[in-house]
Design a protein around this ligand. Structure first.
Ligand code: BG6
Length: 475
């Protein structure tokens, strides 16, 4: 007897800018995600400290061509289908649909591209799961309007979603409004196209931008339901349970605060109002946000249908200032002495996934969807072409076991599970290709060399078996 739902949505997840390439084809405009370079300036650009709004001499921009899925999507979706995918999570590049962002009419070539992808998925019985924006924001909207700090962004986003929901009615049912909405607090340029001006209060800018995204998300949820009551809309959080470093009460409270610092955004998306702890924080910091009565009504009346999240690791908090930090998913955390780490220093904690699922389910009482989980690792191609990625299989097995326990033992309602990067793609954090997550290897290095040929790793057949057994056979 399988413990997961019969219609459990197994699959994989990608983002437009990390796989499509073809950045200037068929009318596509330029976005923030295009102008984030590989190399040591990346971090400063991503966090909005270094302004880079166009391509600059001497830098390599991996999103320009990525793995050229724009031209390989049929081959790639056929491979996903061979693994038995029930769903494929992908994102729309906003600038394929509205190249500048503020046009009144969409770009037909962009709309057609995604229609082709969705139809290709349907051919194999794969349900598309669509992230409306996965970190991307048109450069024109950044230059002309200051991106999400500006309320007018809600209008541009509304125009985008109306077009998408109308055009893809009957083809797409599952939608996520903003990928990892909390990332805008930690990587404002990548997360929301925010570049800080000299002397401005950064918290005020970030919270106001976040508020505009929350209103846009609620509006999108409303429109999605109006256009097709079958539509299911989810929020998306870069999640990870926060542990106190020690049982010292101050550490425990630090973990509560760190946790809230990420959850307040999806509290709003799920409950329909700002939690009191966040409103108090604004008061304490003397931050006055522009939140209208109409905004409040929209938020209240349009909560999301389900909670989706990425999970790579748990986090650790302490009240102490001088403790060793760990690498992580764009959110700084303290090192956990009990955990091993990946090649990139991300700590590995499968039980933390179960804890995270329980926390989210207890808090929101809505179905969950794990839309990202996976291991970024160096892969070695053997002389005979094989790639024996047992470390990836081990990572995924342990996480799927923990996920099953959350469902089976704890009673969490879970819609599906999509691994991050079922095919190797450009890393969001580092811009590297060699930080590989895929079941499918792509011949491309960190500087754009390689044939782009696709080949199956050992994990390909393993994941196929996992899906065929609905998560029972993890051997
Ligand atoms: C999430 C993002 O933060 O983690 C993805 O939604 C990203 O876009 C993934 O690729 C893994 O992070 P990284 O830095 O290893 O690519």
């Amino acid at each position: 007897m399988s413990r997961l739902r019969k219609d459990f949505l197994w699959g994989g997840a990608t983002a437009a800018n990390q796989c499509e390439g073809a950045y200037n084809l068929d009318g596509r405009g330029l976005a923030n995600v295009d102008v984030i370079p590989h190399g040591k300036e990346r971090f400063n650009v991503v966090t909005g400290k270094r302004k880079m709004l166009e391509f600059e001499e001497g830098f390599y921009y991996p999103a320009q061509n990525a793995i050229d899925m724009y031209h390989h999507y049929k081959e790639d979706i056929a491979l996903f289908a061979e693994m038995g995918f029930k769903t494929y999570r992908l994102s729309i590049a906003w600038t394929r649909i509205f190249p500048k962002g503020d046009e009144l009419e969409p770009n037909e070539a962009g709309l057609q591209f995604y229609e082709n992808i969705f139809k290709e998925c349907k051919k194999y019985g794969i349900e598309p799961l669509v992230t409306i924006t996965h970190f991307d924001c048109p450069i024109h909207l950044i230059k002309e309007y200051g991106s999400w700090r500006n309320r007018e962004m809600i209008t541009f986003y509304e125009r985008l979603v109306r077009v998408l929901f109308t055009r893809y009615k009957g083809l797409v049912k599952y939608w996520l409004t903003f990928n990892e909405i909390n990332v805008l607090l930690h990587a404002p340029f990548m997360g929301a196209g925010i570049v800080f001006e000299e002397g401005e209060d950064q918290d005020t800018v970030k919270y106001q931008a976040a508020h505009h995204e929350l209103v846009a998300s609620a509006l999108a949820t409303k429109i999605a339901h109006e256009i097709d009551p079958e539509n299911m809309v989810g929020c998306m959080l870069a999640a990870g349970a926060v542990y106190p470093l020690t049982p010292k009460p101050e550490d425990v409270f630090a973990s509560v605060e760190m946790s809230r610092g990420n959850l307040f955004l999806i509290d709003v998306q799920s409950w329909g109002y700002y939690p009191s702890y966040f409103l108090k924080e604004l008061e304490r910091k003397n931050i006055k946000l522009d939140i209208t009565e109409e905004d409040k009504k929209l938020l209240k009346e349009n909560p999301v249908d389900f909670i989706s999240f990425s999970y790579y690791s748990s986090r650790v908090a302490t009240a102490e200032k001088t403790v060793e930090q760990s690498e992580g998913n764009l959110i700084n955390t303290v090192k956990n002495p009990y955990l091993e780490a990946s090649d990139w220093g991300w700590q590995i904690d499968p039980l933390g996934l179960r804890t995270t699922m329980n926390e989210l389910y207890d808090r929101y009482q809505k179905p969950l969807f794990i839309v990202e989980n996976g291991l970024g690792a160096y892969d070695k191609v053997e002389e005979n072409g094989e790639i024996i990625d047992d470390y990836r299989i081990d990572y995924l097995r342990a996480h799927i076991e923990a996920m099953r326990d959350a469902v089976d033992i704890d009673g969490v309602d879970l819609l599906g599970y999509t691994t991050w990067g079922p095919i190797d793609l450009v890393s969001a954090g580092t811009g590297e290709m060699t930080k590989r997550y895929g079941f499918i290897y792509v011949d491309r290095d960190d500087y754009g060399n390689g044939t782009l040929a696709r080949s199956k790793k050992k994990s390909f057949d393993w994941y196929k078996k996992v899906i065929a057994s609905n998560g029972e056979d993890l051997a």
